[in-house]
Design a binder for this molecule. Sequence first.
Ligand SMILES: Nc1ncnc2c1ncn2[C@@H]1O[C@H](COP(=O)(O)OP(=O)(O)OP(=O)(O)O)[C@@H](O)[C@H]1O
Length: 283
Amino acid sequence: MKTDGAQDGASGAAPALEIIGLQKTYRTRRGEVHAVRDVSLTLEEGGSLAIVGESGSGKTTTAKIVMGLEAQTAGAVRVFGAERSAHPPAAERRAFGRIAQMVFQDPYSSLDPRMTVSESIRSVLKLHGGGDPGARERRVVELFDLVGLSGRLLNARPKDMSGGQRQRVAIARALAPEPRLVVLDEAVAALDVSVQAQVLNLLSDIREATGVAYLFISHDLGVVRQITETAVVMYRGEIVERGSTAEILDHPNHPYTQHLRASIPGPEWRDRDRYSLPFDARA
Ligand SMILES: Nc1ncnc2c1ncn2[C@@H]1O[C@H](COP(=O)(O)OP(=O)(O)OP(=O)(O)O)[C@@H](O)[C@H]1O
């Protein structure tokens, strides 16, 4: 990725994220796995786009390629107009980290257990040149405030916090370099429903306040409705449906989306859906 280009793009009209003809094939002992097949999508600046699908549909692989954690087999990824290299060197990864950040499902494994949570956030600020120690300290307090965490927890360690609190720290850490794109991979999946709702509200408020764009990856259509305007549905590495989230949820066209829709508890919830076999379009 040309970082200069990223800055040019960030101030211009380039989308936050463009994925064009993305493919990823893993070669395993048992043969090739086509994890991502010809995926193209656009996330507008300040927008919120969901990638929905069940386990194994290729969501995480797509996210990892966007973040440079995996190299694609073919296709292009552009972040604010700048092409993302398949094998970015360290300096480029660091520059990219100021523009895009990721939040994972399990904050316990993404936060260093030996550090207090404020140390964890300070280390990210330091990596991305967040001013002198005093300025970093003030920014940590500001970020705690932004994610609704009490200052009493500044010196806590991840093990002393609840799942919801840890995920708020993970979000604060991701927001520390003031990225313009955040990729959230099943970021609320491990939380209780009520905590999930709080974190989703928080994420919406943050987007409104900062203009950050979200690529929101989830298997859960109900969650996706609360946080995204547009969505793509992935099945076996391919996008099978795309459009406004509300339209996809209310009027799913593809049989796979209808299957996913049927597994959301709601007025039309049928108990047998809970036990239905995994969807197979060929069946
Ligand atoms: N490192 C790897 N080596 C081989 N196959 C892989 C690798 N990573 C993922 N896959 C395969 O690629 C396909 C897509 O996986 P991916 O993790 O992207 O799906 P997902 O929709 O994110 O599912 P999950 O939510 O379970 O992670 C699956 O068949 C998976 O087994």
